[in-house]
Design a protein around this ligand. Structure first.
Ligand code: DGJ
Length: 730
């Protein structure tokens, strides 16, 4: 047995994780939460002693232990971690710890625990990492050690305990054009299970499940959040037993018989990511910092290029002159990347045909995409292309030639969705075809960016001639496909889009550069979608476009300052036919683009903060530089305010000891639009105020109409070289 048996205290980024590995089973969590500081070994023993629960009456003689992989056989009456059987036998394994390794490198603490049940002929491993930002991630695997019989795996889910004071739950739901809507409820006895069987992450996926102390908010309370980093079927749950013990858990959701392990074979679960925080902002910051610390994070290559996307500008009306005019307008307003959306390939004159036929349409583009690509690049823009590699229209040459390449359970096709079916990437020939097509396009054209779409839920996703469940394999295959393309074309960025924000998870984001948060470009809806998407994803990875004045998805009208001020914080784009906008509109848009470019280093590296104002009509969010020397805040009027005088709003994240200059950022006139509009605020800016006042007392809320916003710039005056960090300064 390994040397590391004992109690282990892992500390990083303000978080402590204490694991007890003294028992027979896999390690159990004694504490996951706030940093405990240096703790002597003897004090860890004492912590373990004061943590022993007095077994409840009329139950097991020994107090059950809850490990990271909860086991029924060790007395856990909640959801077990490892579920499976061999034709009805070997269904309740008891895993004995056989090896434990604990180490640290580059500030990342790692623990790997192996355990096995000889009788059941199963072995398992749990791997865990506590990263620099205090983000915890873990995964497990299980191996069938039986030399004759297969093992049917039904679930391999990990769980983390949360303390009793976590009495409230927050999770997210939604749908197309309303992704990531929050819902809250008390954390009562029972299971709150968020299952996803859509074969993709899902527009209604929860993103995170959060348990917290009563009334927790963005800057208040204690919260524990869990995310399952997987782009296929998955489960995220919060469970409280009748005894009071509570866990957050999850993993892949397997279809019936989907994973049957032959002798010697292994299944590896997705990574689960867990973040503790004093308030939701701190929890989110740990996810953001973890993503940003990866060498492949896109801002390490270059600042996020401002995008012009053609979708809401032209839809399927691909006309070379019109597209060139759009590129000219894009260059005029300061965009840096031009993305040709759906409609460029064979037979794709509308959304009923062509998916699968990944050849440039010879009728629409007789000379291929070269004239457009050349034109775009001659205007100084990078060229990006939309693809939907996993999808096939039955009305396509591909489906006619290879009907056997579609996911299906047998001799019937799954119910259609957007008149499309799904390519079986678990089929090596289908996989090779799509890899060759994408590779050929990336090789022939100077493409810097792929918008990778996926526009349907998977139903009846059977693989191969037998129609066995295929979502697991499909998910791994799309990961493989992206990884292979990235290794062949390392400079190409990829966006994860799926009917808008239907594939937002850390499985896909560990191999792509941004998400398309939603097909809804209505700025009011976007404020909500971005606020909650931000629980996991940092702004530079969230595509945010300035749509047309009249929203195509909601019919609402918004002025440019509200639209642009909403898109301003994310990976900025434009999705509006600006070739037909007025010169004044283009000039105003250009000022917004310039302002974004001036501040984007700050916006895309700083800490995201949100306020908890009691008036639901008033939202405040912002980004504060890591050293608190500078910040940009948005004061957003989401609806008519409940309070006529809502009082002062605090500006979170600033340094109490610094002095700041406070000013409005108002390109293109977020000043009053009509003569009876409220006066601008505050009447005398810039102002100088201590950080203690700005964050502790706050500033009076201006009069804003519903669906108006103001941007505030706050910069420390007592730190040298502080002004407008970002490109202007370089
Ligand atoms: C869904 C995406 O979310 C849209 O942005 C657009 O790319 C369409 N698909 C194209 O079909």
């Amino acid at each position: 047995m390994a040397d590391h048996v004992g109690i282990h205290h892992l500390r990083a980024g303000g978080v402590s994780l204490v694991l007890d590995a003294r028992g027979h089973g896999l390690p159990a969590v004694l504490h996951w939460g706030e940093d405990l500081g240096e703790v002597e070994a003897s004090a860890l023993e004492a912590l373990a002693l004061v943590s022993v629960a007095p077994g409840p009456p009329n139950t097991l003689d020994d107090v059950p232990t809850l490990s990271l992989l909860p086991e029924h056989a060790r007395g856990w009456f909640g959801q077990p971690g490892l579920v499976g059987h061999r034709a009805g036998r070997t269904w309740s394994p008891r895993l004995d710890l056989s090896a434990l390794d604990v180490g640290e490198s580059d500030g990342v603490h790692r623990l790997s625990a192996r355990a096995g049940d000889d009788e059941a002929a199963l072995s398992a491993r749990v791997e865990l990492e506590l990263g620099l930002s205090g983000l915890l991630r873990m995964r497990a695997d299980v191996t069938n050690e039986n030399s004759d019989e297969e093992y049917q795996l039904d679930a391999l889910h990990l769980a983390l305990p949360v303390p009793g004071r976590a009495e409230e739950l927050l999770d997210l739901t939604g749908g197309h054009i309303r992704e990531r809507s929050p819902q809250r409820q008390p954390f009562h006895v029972g299971s709150r299970v968020r299952d996803n069987r859509r074969g993709r992450t899902g527009t209604d996926a929860t993103l995170v499940v959060v348990a917290g102390t009563g009334g927790f908010g963005f800057g208040t309370g204690e919260v524990w959040g869990l995310h399952v980093g997987w782009s296929g079927n998955h489960r995220t749950y919060a469970e409280r037993l009748s005894t009071g013990e509570a866990v957050l858990g999850g993993g892949e959701l397997l279809l019936p018989g989907e994973v049957r392990l032959p002798p010697g074979e292994r299944y590896v679960s997705p990574w689960l990511y867990a973040s503790y925080g004093r308030g939701l902002d701190e929890m989110a910051a740990r996810f953001h910092s973890w993503l940003r610390a990866r060498p492949e994070h896109p801002t390490h290559r270059k600042p996020r290029p401002v995008v012009l996307n053609t979708w809401e500008a032209v839809y399927f009306d691909h006309d070379l002159d019109r597209l060139r005019a759009l590129a000219d307008a894009a260059a005029e307003v300061g965009a840096e990347r031009y993305v040709l959306d759906d409609g460029w390939f064979r037979h794709r004159r509308d959304d009923s045909a062509g998916l699968g036929d990944w050849y440039v349409d010879e009728d629409v583009y007789p000379k291929g995409l070269h004239p457009l690509v050349d034109h775009v690049r001659s205007r100084g823009l990078e060229f990006g292309l939309w693809v939907e590699p996993e999808m096939v229209n039955p009305d396509s040459d591909l489906a006619r030639a290879h009907p056997e390449w579609l996911l299906a359970t047998g001799h019937r096709l799954p119910l259609p969705s957007r008149r499309q079916q799904v390519l079986d990437l678990g089929n090596p020939e289908a996989y090779a075809y799509i890899l060759e097509r994408l590779d050929a396009l990336l090789t022939e054209y100077a493409i810097g960016y792929l918008k990778w779409d996926h526009n349907r839920d998977l139903l009846d996703a059977g693989h191969g001639p037998g129609g066995e469940p295929g979502v697991h394999e499909q998910t791994l295959a799309v990961y493989r496909l992206i990884d292979e393309l990235r290794s062949r074309h390392p400079d190409v960025e990829i966006e994860s889009c799926s009917s808008g924000g239907g594939r937002v998870d850390l499985g896909i984001l560990s191999r792509t550069d941004r998400i398309w948060a939603s097909d809804c470009n209505d700025a009011l809806e976007r404020q909500k979608i971005q606020r909650w998407t931000g629980l996991l994803v940092p702004p530079e990875m969230v595509g945010s476009h300035v749509g047309p004045p009249h929203s195509h998805t909601t019919g609402r009208r918004h002025d440019l300052p509200f639209r642009a001020g909403t898109a301003f914080f994310g990976h900025l784009g434009i999705e509006w036919d600006i070739s037909s906008a007025t010169p004044e509109e283009r000039a105003e848009l250009a000022r917004w683009v310039a302002l974004h470019r001036r501040f984007r280093d700050l916006l895309h590296s700083g800490r995201v903060v949100r306020s908890d104002h009691p008036d639901p009509g008033l939202w405040v969010h912002g980004v504060v530089a890591d050293d608190a020397s500078e910040a940009v805040y948005a004061l957003v009027s989401m609806q008519q305010r409940v309070w006529v005088q809502p009082g002062r709003i605090q500006l979170p994240g600033l340094d109490a000891d610094a002095t700041y200059q406070l000013d409005l950022l108002a390109p293109g006139g977020s000043a009053p639009a009509a003569e009876h509009d409220p006066p601008p605020w505050p009447s005398a800016t810039p102002l100088e105020l201590p950080g203690s006042v700005l964050r502790g007392v706050g500033v009076q809320v201006p009069n804003l109409y519903p669906e108006q916003l103001l941007l505030l710039h706050v910069v420390a005056t007592d730190q040298p070289g502080d002004t407008h960090r970002g490109e202007e300064a370089r």
